[in-house]
Design a protein. Structure first.
Length: 282
């Protein structure tokens, strides 16, 4: 009677063993750490970062594409390592069918991928939330009119817009913010309205001392450059967002197949390549 019960339990093991969260967590931590290291190298050499600002760095289409490809390679490497480790350290399951064990190993790889993605997203969210505090003036918090979303894209265009021999008097940040809001409308479907353009010409003329005709020509020139910068930023953001999504999906596949391979090496250590068997004597 005991023997029959033991055989029944052993036959149901692949379905009743459940998820071994300790191995999933270990693989997710390894994947997140690997991704962090690879992204740190990318930051050092100027990859995986896109900026349309003409004063900062090259923002060519080729560089954005290269950054996107680097994201894909990073996802393959980090998720693949995490999935492999998640099943390599998982307890061996006594099961007769190899397909069932491989399925459970692959599911552990997918769970590792999901948990690592959440950890990466939380780290990125924390970094993004810290940027406004780092950019705030040291004298206190910025007022409601001192910053405009997207102003960094056209910051150099604003410098060109108000460049002149007359020394600015008083607080120029409010005027600069108003000009930035007007300039950002050039990328909309309707473009810059006539009344907004008239107001922008008036601001330029009053702050720089230019005549109305010269101020109008400067607004025309700067508006064209601002629209170009905004369009380039939009294309770069779309491309990088697409590459990020593709990297995540490919990372899921890499985690699955690497987890299956890790499970096979766990159950049959003699088939493990020497490069992956760190305990083997050389």
């Amino acid at each position: 009677m005991v023997t029959a019960r033991s055989e029944a339990v052993r036959a149901e093991t692949p379905f009743t063993a459940g998820v071994q969260w300790s191995s999933v967590l270990a693989g997710a931590v390894a994947a997140a750490a690997t991704a962090f290291v690879l992204h740190s190298f990318a930051l050092a050499i100027g990859l995986a970062i896109s900026s349309p600002a003409p004063t900062w760095r090259d923002a060519s289409f080729a560089l954005v594409t290269l950054s996107g490809l680097y994201l894909v390679l990073t996802a393959l490497a980090s998720y693949g390592l995490g999935g492999y480790l998640a099943t390599r350290v998982r307890r061996t399951i006594d099961a007769g069918e190899r397909d069932e064990v491989a399925y459970l190993d692959g599911m552990h790889g997918l769970l590792t991928w999901g948990l690592a993605t959440l950890l990466t997203a939380l780290i990125a969210l924390a970094a993004i939330q810290s940027l406004p505090r780092l950019a705030a003036p040291s004298g206190g918090s910025a007022g409601p009119a001192t910053s405009v979303a997207g102003e960094n894209i056209i910051a150099f265009d604003l410098d060109r817009l108000f460049r002149g021999e007359r020394r600015p008097q008083g607080d120029t940040q409010e005027i600069r913010s108003e000009a930035a809001r007007i300039l950002l409308t050039v990328s909309g479907h309707e473009g810059m309205r006539a009344e907004d353009r008239t107001e922008l010409v008036r601001l330029v003329s009053s702050r720089t001392g230019l005549s109305a005709a010269d101020a109008d020509r400067r607004v025309t020139e700067v508006s064209a450059r601002a629209k170009s910068n905004i369009d380039r930023a939009r294309r770069s953001a779309v491309l990088l967002a697409f590459m990020t999504g593709a990297a995540a999906l490919l990372g899921a596949a890499a985690a699955w197949f690497a987890a299956v391979a890790g499970g096979a090496h766990r159950d049959n250590p003699t088939s493990t390549p020497m490069l992956l068997d760190w305990a083997r004597r050389t």
